[in-house]
Ligand binder design. Structure first.
Ligand code: HMG
Ligand code: MG
Length: 299
């Protein structure tokens, strides 16, 4: 069966904008986040407290966070790669953080300048300190299905990283198809392998990219398997600056269209979201790749 409601984990402001070559002013980012919340999104990942040399676009993380309206019903998670990032985030009152691991050695090195095990070891004190402070902690796993340098990724490799992240204290996980190569059979196989390893569905979210047009099919397969947290990016913004051939994330509008049609509650006002992505597309000077945005945006 399908769930009655899905929690959409909106990543556009972070995963989307991290990839933009032209610097987006902090005020435009803050306006984007405000509009996403006004459209009904309640988990809005806003930025990353990473090295500004690595991701210059997100160098304004602290400044952006302080401009957001804090509300008890809205969560604004941020990415932190290390204790320096966690300290910067805590200094401005962040309540939810995410560490980001890779299922593959090559991407761990490209994204974090550390090998896989070394990067996991670096997350341990970050997760422990965040938990001590009562923060929510998500663990991302990138390259769960395929890697541009290493090819196909075995479910066992993902299970191993997932177990490490849960054992160190992450509350929940996001399975990233960073380059969008998964198909529904792969998704079911990975979810089965995780279940066999004792990982509850309630702790697992999915993060699909639409590179090969499979993101919605993969999402539906995951929903049928009992997944209720789905990552998406408004207007389909994004990619990853450290992963070759990573194009857009699943567009939130495409996801909402599917979920609305299935009668699954999301709390999102699709028209307001389309208007937001159209506004941002105009600002960025190129059309949204989302089919639903193109179909519904006023001419
Ligand atoms: P490094 O160069 O090895 O860092 O990078 P380091 O620890 O050697 O420090 C070097 C300098 O950076 C030092 O400054 C540090 O203070 C500073 P210096 O002494 O030279 O002046 N530094 C920091 N400054 C601010 N905030 C920090 C921080 N840490 C160090 N947190 C590092 C290692 C992890 C920092 C770097 O590799 C990094 O920032 N990586 C982040 C890359 C990134 O954000 N990638 C995209 C996110 S993951 C993704 O997109 C996938 C996902 O979306 C899911 C999917 O789609 O599949 C999640
Ligand atoms: Mg992504």
């Amino acid at each position: 069966g399908l769930p009655e409601a899905v929690r959409i984990w909106e990543v556009g402001a972070r995963d989307g904008l991290q990839n933009e070559a032209v610097s987006v002013p902090t005020e435009v980012k803050a306006e984007l986040v405000r509009r996403l919340v006004a459209a009904g999104l309640r988990t809005v990942e806003v930025t990353s407290f990473v090295s500004p040399r690595w991701v210059p676009q997100l160098a304004d993380a602290a400044e952006l966070f302080t401009r957001l309206e804090q509300r008890p019903d809205v969560r604004y998670p941020v990415l932190v790669p290390n204790l320096a990032g966690l300290d910067r985030a805590r200094a401005v009152g962040v309540r939810d953080v995410a560490v980001f691991a890779s299922a593959t050695e090559t991407f761990a090195r490209r994204n974090l300048n550390r090998g896989l095990d070394e990067s996991l070891a670096q997350f341990e004190p970050v997760v422990a300190a965040a938990r001590t402070d009562g923060l929510g902690v998500r663990g991302y796993v990138s390259m769960c299905f395929g890697d541009p340098w290493e090819g196909a990724v075995a479910p066992e490799a993902v299970v191993r990283v997932v177990r490490r992240l849960l054992d160190m204290g992450c509350d929940e996980l996001s399975l990233g198809d960073t380059i969008g190569v998964a198909t529904p059979g792969h998704v079911v196989a990975l979810l089965d392998a995780l279940a066999a390893a004792g990982v509850p569905r309630s702790q697992v979210g999915v993060h699909f990219h639409d590179t090969y047009g499979q993101a919605l099919a993969n999402t539906l397969a995951a929903l049928q398997q009992g997944i209720t947290t789905v990552d998406a990016s408004a207007g389909g913004l994004g990619g990853c600056p450290y992963a070759r051939s990573a194009t857009g994330n699943l567009a939130t509008e495409d996801l909402v269209w599917q979920l609305d049609g299935l009668g699954i509650r999301t709390g999102v006002d699709l028209a307001a979201l389309v208007a937001t992505s159209s506004w941002l597309a105009e600002y960025l000077g190129r059309p949204s790749p989302s089919r639903v945005v193109r179909a519904l945006a006023p001419a």
